[in-house]
Design a protein. Structure first.
Length: 125
């Protein structure tokens, strides 16, 4: 894998998490970013497949309306692994009540096959 492949995968990842234009657009963004049987695991979720990912993303968006996920720093990768950090940022005032980092495994086609997420900061914690 190349640096370009890592950056493209991360861009697609954030595009999926930040898609708020409806369920069809979200499903398409998830399909663009993730393999059909992709897994996503963090302290608050453990899902598999496009339907599970769509539900997890829609749930996060419902819990944090008016927020978006933003890449912080530069993705770092080797082989088929990429790690990156993020903040959950308010579009209204720029506050960032949540932050974390994810480690993703890429499939041969460049889409994400698995995500292991870690939460560094949560609201109220």
């Amino acid at each position: 894998m190349t640096t370009h492949a890592y950056e493209t995968a991360v861009q697609r990842y954030f595009a999926a998490w930040n898609t708020t234009t409806g369920p069809d657009d979200l499903a398409k963004a998830v399909a663009d970013a993730f393999t059909e049987d992709a897994t996503y695991t963090d302290p608050l979720a453990d899902v598999r497949g496009h339907a599970g990912l769509v539900a997890a993303i829609a749930g996060a968006q419902a819990q944090f309306p008016g927020f978006e996920f933003a890449l912080t720093g530069t993705p770092d990768g080797h082989h088929d692994l990429v790690r990156f950090t993020w903040d959950l940022v308010s579009r209204a005032d720029g506050s960032a009540p949540a932050a974390g980092f994810d480690v993703v495994t890429l499939a041969e086609d460049g889409r994400i096959a698995s995500v292991k997420g870690f939460l560094d900061r949560l609201p109220g914690a």
